[in-house]
Write a protein that binds this ligand. Structure first.
Ligand code: AAT
Length: 275
């Protein structure tokens, strides 16, 4: 018998993938967690029936949510990741020589445990000696750590449940205060097709708080519509001023110096959202 996983990407649109095996399923205090082995995407982490990451395309998302910001900063030393319990963003951050410490603040310890067990390719750096794992709400963590980080990465679930507050203007203000004076933050900010008003609202909120706001794009096939936005707020550095000739090779599969530049080239329909 064929088993199919279905995700309602919107209330009127479904993506469906053939499943070879359900490797893990549990109800955590925060969400319903599953790890599936699928034909097209390989192993897949699913939270509340929404695909979070897959072996096939995780590299696009994890390279883009990290390297664009880290290579924009002159010398990132202390990095915070909020969410991202799978460890994919940590794996990319520790590739940077200058980084001395990366704190992963994930609300749900079960995501970390399941990723360590079933997704070793993604979670491999969670044991790295630069990495510190904090199981807590990211909102609380930034409030308690002012003027601390060079880079803050918001690798969060969609804006429902525990992640809802991670998309608010009040939270972006707390992020601003948790960064030191040359700090940069970057967040995954959903689809420009299916979450256009959210993308627009976030860009406006961040622009009201940070001197410089930029949006960039990448293609993540397992997310709704594929095309995905990331929003960056920066106190000093502009990603477009980076001398891309000087970017060190990081052994990446999607990110490259040319992509560092081209990901900021936006189609007119996206540009229009930003006003
Ligand atoms: N690396 C890609 C995977 C994710 S998972 C996002 C993580 O954010 C989840 O493990 C969830 O438990 C965690 N999270 C949610 N709310 C909070 C919070 N308030 N504080 C800390 N962690 C939190 C991202 C997938 C993006 C999917 C897009 N459709």
């Amino acid at each position: 018998m064929d088993l199919w996983f279905e995700e309602y990407q919107t209330k009127d649109m479904v993506i469906s993938c053939r499943v070879l095996r359900t490797l893990h399923q549990e109800k955590t205090p925060f969400q319903e967690l599953a790890v599936l082995d699928t034909v097209e995407f390989g192993r897949m982490l699913v939270l509340d029936d929404v695909i979070q990451t897959t072996i096939k395309d995780e590299f696009v998302y994890h390279e883009m949510i990290t390297h664009v910001a880290l290579n924009t900063h002159a010398k990132p030393v202390k990095v915070l990741i909020i969410g991202g319990g799978d460890g994919g963003a940590v794996r990319e951050v520790v590739k940077h020589q200058s980084v001395e410490k990366v704190v992963l603040c994930e609300i749900d310890g079960a995501v970390v445990e399941a990723s360590k067990k079933y997704l070793p390719e993604i979670s491999c750096a969670l044991e790295n000696n630069k990495a510190e794992i904090v199981i807590d709400d990211g909102i609380k963590h930034v409030r308690n750590n002012k003027n601390t980080y060079d880079i803050i990465i918001i690798d969060s679930t969609d804006p429902v449940g525990p992640a809802e507050g991670l998309f608010s203007a009040a939270f972006y203000k707390d992020i601003f205060d948790s960064l030191n004076e040359e700090g940069i933050f970057v967040a995954q900010t959903e689809s420009p097709f299916f979450n256009d008003s959210l993308v627009q609202r976030i860009f406006k909120d961040v622009s009201g708080i940070f001197p410089l706001t930029r949006l960039f794009l990448a293609n993540v096939p397992s997310y709704p519509g594929g095309l995905w936005t990331f929003t960056m707020g920066s106190k000093k550095y502009d990603p477009l001023d980076v001398d891309i000739e000087k970017i060190e090779s990081m052994n990446t599969k999607y990110y490259s110096p040319a992509i560092h530049r081209s990901c900021f080239i936006l189609p007119p329909f996206v540009k229009k959202l930003l006003g």
